[in-house]
Design a protein around this ligand. Structure first.
Ligand SMILES: [Zn+2]
Ligand SMILES: [Zn+2]
Length: 548
């Protein structure tokens, strides 16, 4: 019987983020992307979430390569975690590898092996041949993949849009998709914007809108955008030059990314255009553009600090123009609204996507998705890169274009899809558990820790300290209660809780014989009291110390 190819999404199906897809043929694995996702509730101290790489780690000697489609965090952010544990060659375009290199060096990872492949080029590893197809996206040097495997041709669009007038004048290489991808066995396609009608607007059109704003602006212009959106930055640089403005890059990431992009020929920086922040005072307001990060309202970002008045050198004043040139990532809307309010309050003219087309998405809308489907006419179709509802919408779109229901693979993270020329099955479902990253700790936070953090952040914590003489057994001293984050009535509250513990032990002295039984009983009494009297459920930590 024909051997199947296994397609195993470890991340990115069921969420927009932490993309990672494994292809496996005859015990040889090719990993496509290794990204992270930002958690919705950062209040519990989880900064990033990475996919569960267990399946790869258990087969680490069988990994023939890691292919990166582009340099966004949701595709390369978890590379340091993966390369800390396995050694495998990494393939990507020069800019993607340039950004990834930075990430690995920051994380102290050495001895990685990078193999740059230009768009249009092909790499061979194990049983796979992978052709890179240039695609337009909100970062340059992104690619889709045409993978020749022993089972058949697979096409992976990567994150893409079809922009007929991109800033670098290199449109998505539809001709390569058509030439090498036509009648492919399987198409894996970006579902992010499947619920958006029509075509995405071109990056050039955003430039035209920005031009009008630049034309009218009297004071300084602040533009907040993603540090990796090199083409947006390019347009802002050119507009600034045309309107006689110097440019300040406010943010370390922005400086790093523009340097890498410039070195690799993806960004043209006119001589003398960029000045350091310390030279700002040498120029009048109407000769300055300030590019910042923080378009997502991130609390430590430059824009946040500027808007809240915390930035030392940059303060918003009346007459400034602020352009938020990005779209809120779902979950960040409140944080961005707060910044917008502060900017308006400070007297700035503010432009953002809802009121002015100062941003366009890097992901294909419905008509573009249809075009790819019709160009490839795949035998099987698998929507990727989307929340589950996006994957369902994309499946429905494919059916309307004539792909029968039984050839559509609606998979989720952890599914092991086995595909042959004749059909597919979901052979197995892996139980996966995301890797949480908190500060410098990787993977040391599980559901238990998260539950504790949630409790503490909502209700505070109570420590009950009991000194026990195990010989008698008896309490050596009266119990001590320390409550934090629970109530303003600290001492009265602590005294009440202390009494309850004393009453408990007076009534049931046998509890002192067994430390664990004692702890549970103390927890139960305090929990019941706080639940009844305050309707609060703090984390209760009984500590028993044996004193001889
Ligand atoms: Zn992307
Ligand atoms: Zn993505």
């Amino acid at each position: 019987m024909e051997k199947p190819i296994k397609i195993i999404p470890l991340g990115g199906l069921g969420e927009i983020g932490k993309n990672c897809l494994v292809l496996e043929y005859d015990q040889q694995l090719l990993v496509i992307d290794a990204g992270i996702i930002f958690p919705e509730e950062s209040v519990y101290g989880v900064d990033l979430v990475a996919p569960d790489f267990t399946y790869i780690l258990e087969r680490k000697d069988q990994v023939v390569g890691i292919v990166l489609t582009h340099g966004h965090e949701d595709h390369i952010g978890a590379l340091p975690i993966l390369l800390d544990r396995i050694r495998a060659p990494v393939y990507g375009t020069p800019l993607t590898l340039g950004l990834a290199r930075h990430k690995l060096e920051d994380a102290g990872i050495k001895n990685f092996r990078f193999f740059p492949v230009e768009p249009g080029g092909t790499l061979h590893t194990g049983p796979f041949s992978v052709r890179f197809v240039h695609v337009c996206h909100s970062i340059p040097d992104g690619v889709g993949l045409i993978l020749e495997t022993p089972v058949g041709t697979l096409v992976h669009t990567g994150d893409f849009k079809i922009d007929q007038t991109p800033v670098d004048a290199i449109p998505t290489q539809l001709e390569l998709f058509a030439l090498y991808g036509k009648d492919a066995l399987l198409l894996l396609s970006d579902s992010t914007n499947v619920d958006k009608e029509g075509y995405s607007i071109s990056e050039k059109e955003v430039g035209e809108k920005l031009e009008v704003i630049f034309f009218k602006a009297q004071g300084r212009i602040f533009v907040a955008t993603f540090a990796s959106h090199i083409h947006r930055i390019q347009q802002i640089l050119f507009l600034s030059r045309r309107f006689g403005r110097k440019v300040i890059l406010a943010g370390r990431r922005l400086e790093e990314n523009t340097q890498i992009a410039q070195k690799l020929g993806h960004l043209h920086v006119p001589q003398g255009l960029i000045i350091p922040l310390s030279h700002m005072r040498d120029y009048p307001d109407d000769q300055l553009t300030i590019i910042t990060t923080g378009s997502q309202g991130e609390p430590m970002s430059v824009l946040y600090r500027v808007a809240s008045g915390e930035h030392k050198q940059l303060k918003i004043r009346e007459g400034d123009t602020v352009i938020i040139s990005s779209r809120p990532v779902p979950g960040n809307e409140r944080a961005i609204a707060r910044i917008l309010n502060q900017l308006f309050m400070a007297g700035a003219h503010v432009f953002y996507q809802e009121i002015s087309p100062v941003h366009t998405s890097g992901h294909a809308h419905r008509e573009e998705l249809k075009l790819i489907l019709n160009l490839i006419r795949p035998r099987f179709f698998m929507p990727i890169h989307g929340e589950f509802l996006h994957l369902v919408f994309h499946s429905q779109l494919a059916r309307r274009l004539g792909i029968p229901r039984e050839r559509i693979i609606l998979a989720q993270d952890g599914d092991v899809v086995e595909l042959t020329q004749d059909g597919f099955s979901i052979a197995e479902h892996l139980e996966t558990e995301d890797i949480m990253i908190s500060g410098k700790g990787i993977g040391d936070i599980g559901p238990q820790i998260l539950r504790e953090r949630i409790r503490m952040s909502r209700f505070g914590a109570v420590v009950a300290l009991l000194l026990v003489d195990p010989q008698e057994p008896r309490l050596v001293d009266e119990p001590r209660i320390i409550a934090r984050g629970l109530s303003e009535e600290g001492e009265a509250m602590e005294n009440k809780l202390k009494e309850l513990v004393e009453e408990l032990i007076a009534a049931e002295p046998h509890l002192l014989r067994d430390e664990n039984v004692l702890k549970e009983a103390v927890q139960r009494v305090l929990r019941r009291h706080l639940g009844k009297s305050l309707d609060r459920r703090p984390l209760i930590i009984p500590v028993v110390v044996q004193v001889k």
